[in-house]
Design a protein around this ligand. Structure first.
Ligand code: CP
Length: 345
């Protein structure tokens, strides 16, 4: 087993719900631990421990990396689909439960805590008003009522394990990240995609002192609360933070182009109006021409990626594309996170 102990000492017992709740030192320590585990291997420190995963939405990478990380460390995993396996859940405190819901989320969280050492939740937006959705009520309820650490496997607002894995990939590729430049480029997608990935990766870049240029069309800003976090974080780490419309301007001199698509917040829950706005930006995708403006940048995307819609095949399959190693590193960062939170060496 690795002798990198700093990660476990720093974040033992913590919830992993947003990277914004971790310090630069803590983020770097977990990345260092992941690199050590990846290079040196590990034994089975999670023997006798268990993970309960609850999915309210589909997943390939997160589901596979969480389950394989925990089981290869010796633990046991139960994978629950909320729709297929759980009783319909009530989330309102004090509700008179005479409707469709058979179980309160309070009871589900408490009961799962009796069985599992860690509970992991994926719960995306349900298509309502953004002011309501951004409260992230499912994950916040699990945090409130569970008695074991909660992992966010992607919520309305954040995707911390994706961002933490991306930090590992970036550090492997670029070395020290302070002063390196990331262009986060909004791309067209036929569906309004969640904001969790752009939020998470932006916070990660600023926490680690990267300069960040976010390019998005009018009507597609990030969440106001997240932007406030980004500004405070950038001020403390010395990151240069820019928001621009033109993706070419963001790409100029960048060391990494991170492509992502996200929906429009003021039209959140108004699918037809949002789609009409988004359709006017169909040409926003990452091309070789855009990559040529960069400092020989790496290309990143959290996946799943719509080829030749979000980015051209020539970009996704280029030597500088990190999309597959990036997905692969989800496994390594997850081992580091589980062992750190559970305090095992
Ligand atoms: N990047 C990511 O979270 O992929 P999945 O949605 O497939 O888990």
């Amino acid at each position: 087993m690795s002798n990198v102990k700093t990660g476990s000492a720093l974040i033992q017992g913590r919830d992993v719900v947003s990277l914004s709740t971790f310090s630069e030192e803590e983020i770097r320590a977990v990345v260092a631990r992941a690199r050590s585990l990846k290079a040196e291997g590990f034994e089975a420190p999670l023997r006798g421990r268990s993970l309960a995963m609850v999915f309210f939405d589909p997943s390939l990478r997160t589901r596979a990396s969480f389950a394989i990380a925990f089981t290869t460390l010796g633990g046991t995993v139960i994978d629950l689909s909320a729709e297929r396996d759980l009783w319909p859940l009530e989330i309102r405190d004090g509700a008179v439960m005479d409707g469709l819901a058979d179980e309160h989320i309070k009871d589900a969280a408490r009961v799962l805590s009796e069985y599992a050492d860690v509970i992991a939740i994926r719960a995306l937006a349900r298509g309502g008003d953004w002011a309501r959705e951004r409260r992230d009520r499912v994950i916040v309820s699990f945090q409130k009522y569970a008695t074991v650490p909660i992992f966010n496997m992607e919520s309305v607002l954040d995707h911390p394990c994706q961002a933490w894995g991306d930090a590992l990939t970036l550090e492997e590729e670029l070395g020290e990240l302070r002063g390196k430049c990331m262009a986060l480029v909004w791309t067209y997608h036929p569906k309004a995609r969640p904001l969790a990935v752009p939020h998470g990766v932006s916070v990660m870049a600023c926490k680690l002192g990267m300069d960040l240029a976010v390019a998005h069309p009018e009507g597609y800003p990030l969440d106001q609360g997240v932007m406030t976090t980004l500004r405070h974080t950038a001020a403390s780490t010395g990151s240069e933070l820019r928001f621009v419309d033109d993706p070419m301007a963001a790409a100029e001199g960048a060391d990494v182009v991170y492509a992502a698509s996200w929906g429009s917040l003021d039209l959140h829950g108004r699918a037809e109006a949002e789609k009409e706005r988004r359709e006017s930006h169909r040409d926003r995708r990452v091309t070789s021409e855009l990559m040529d403006r960069t400092n020989d940048a790496r290309f990143m995307h959290a996946m799943p990626i719509r080829r030749n819609v979000e980015a051209d095949d020539a970009v996704v399959d280029a030597a500088g594309s990190l999309v597959v190693p990036q997905a692969g590193n989800r496994l390594h960062i997850q081992r580091a996170l589980f062992t750190s939170v559970l305090g095992v060496e």
